[in-house]
Design a protein around this ligand. Structure first.
Ligand SMILES: Cc1ncc(COP(=O)(O)O)c(C=O)c1O
Length: 384
């Protein structure tokens, strides 16, 4: 019997090592990894620059409290804000914790409590971030949620307009809903949110935990749409597998968190900062991001070409290297079939096959993945 909680539905497969886009299981079988953890190891497994930076820091200093100055945090914060209009960073350890911080910050800055989020959104598993999440299945059995959240349909400007009133502190959105099914916000909708927030004096929080750090071919997905959020959250890809999260804000909004107002023991840990700095030095290079955009377009278009005639497939959607294949049936069997054929993929909800390959994936690896996925879907259609 396992000594672990059974809160994760685990596959019967253990990964022992990884390099780039490839992982090897405990039986020695190799897989092409189109999951990157869950959008975490964006530079591929055991990336040399990140390994070197963390190893160097490992031999220098592991931890000091946030009561001391930290030039490592300062440098990492500068890298994180450089491609944005934002100028302040609060480091933490996960996506949920970053969103928790963002929610607290928005309430404290505005003195208001209402936060509008979207149906099908996912913001985390802590009480604040779970309350923000627009999926009942995530909240079932956990009793009363934190008050003040109102959920509106995604990509519906009218619903947002009606919900946004004088008590509203913030609108919190994912530019592309990740866990909810790889649902991209439409250009008009996202533009409208920016205008609405400006017009009504409401803060805009963008949850970039899954979309950020180059995943969509820009440092943050909001920059595709000319948005200027007040608060942005990041985690997942920021440390390439080393746990780290961040709340990024305008100087004005950040000022609501004075000394003693919010904090965390491990936030901004030197090892995490070394990893995050090394990641951003690679990922935020314009030529790297351009490649991500091109590879993302290639992946989406090739899948669209290959799968458009398959009855099983409704749609191929996404942005950058964050791609979803909306299927008619449940994708559970498809995922295990692909595992048997040496490709690791994810789901997003029951009917969406989710692809989050490392941003460093080669065209050859993309071609292999596309081939195997097409074959597996075709086989399913024939056997269904
Ligand atoms: C958009 C988004 N926000 C928040 C989270 C929660 O992040 P974490 O699991 O690091 O707490 C996730 C995780 O999937 C996410 O996709």
């Amino acid at each position: 019997m396992s000594a672990l909680f059974s809160n994760y539905g685990r596959w019967n497969l253990e990964i022992e090592k990884g390099s780039g886009c490839q992982v090897t299981d405990t039986q020695g079988k190799k897989y092409l990894d189109f999951t990157s953890g869950i959008g975490v190891c964006s530079l591929g497994h055991v990336h040399p620059a990140v390994t070197e930076a963390v190893t160097e820091q490992l031999n220098k200093l592991w931890h000091t409290s946030n009561l001391f100055q930290s030039s490592l945090q300062e440098q990492t914060a500068e890298l994180l804000t450089a491609p944005t209009h934002l100028s302040k960073v609060l480091f933490c350890n996960s996506g949920a914790e970053a969103n928790e911080g963002a929610i607290k910050l928005a309430r404290k800055y505005t003195g208001k409590t209402k936060i509008i989020t979207c149906l099908q959104s996912f913001h985390g598993r802590t009480y604040g971030s779970m309350s923000a999440t627009g999926q009942e299945k995530i909240k079932a059995g956990f009793g009363p949620m934190v008050e003040g959240f109102e959920h509106v349909p995604f990509n519906d400007s009218n619903a947002l307009d009606q919900a946004a009133d004088a008590d509203t502190a913030a609108i919190m959105i994912e530019v592309v809903q990740g866990e909810g099914g790889i649902n991209p916000g439409s250009v008009n909708y996202l533009k409208y949110i920016g205008e609405l927030c400006n017009k009504k004096g409401i803060l805009l929080i963008i949850d970039e935990v899954q979309t950020g750090i180059g995943r969509t071919g820009k440092p943050f997905a909001f920059s595709h749409f000319g948005l200027e959020p007040d608060i942005v959250t990041a985690a997942k890809g920021l440390g390439n597998g080393f746990p780290v999260g961040a709340v990024i804000a305008t100087e004005e909004v950040s000022s609501a968190f004075g000394p003693g107002s919010h904090g965390t023991t491990f936030g901004g840990n030197p090892l995490a900062m070394a990893a995050a700095s090394a990641v951003m030095k690679e990922v935020f290079e314009p030529s790297f991001l351009e490649e991500v955009q091109k590879k993302g377009e290639y992946l989406k278009e090739e899948l669209q070409n290959r799968l458009s005639t398959y009855e099983e497939v409704h749609e191929v959607k996404g942005l950058g290297l964050m791609v979803g294949i909306q299927c008619k049936g449940k994708v559970t069997d498809l995922i295990t079939e692909l595992q048997q054929n040496g490709i690791l993929v994810l789901s997003a909800g029951e009917h969406v096959l989710r692809l989050l390959p490392p941003l460093t994936v080669s065209y050859e690896e993309l071609r292999m993945g596309i081939e195997e996925i097409s074959k597996a879907i075709k086989k399913q259609t024939v056997t269904a």
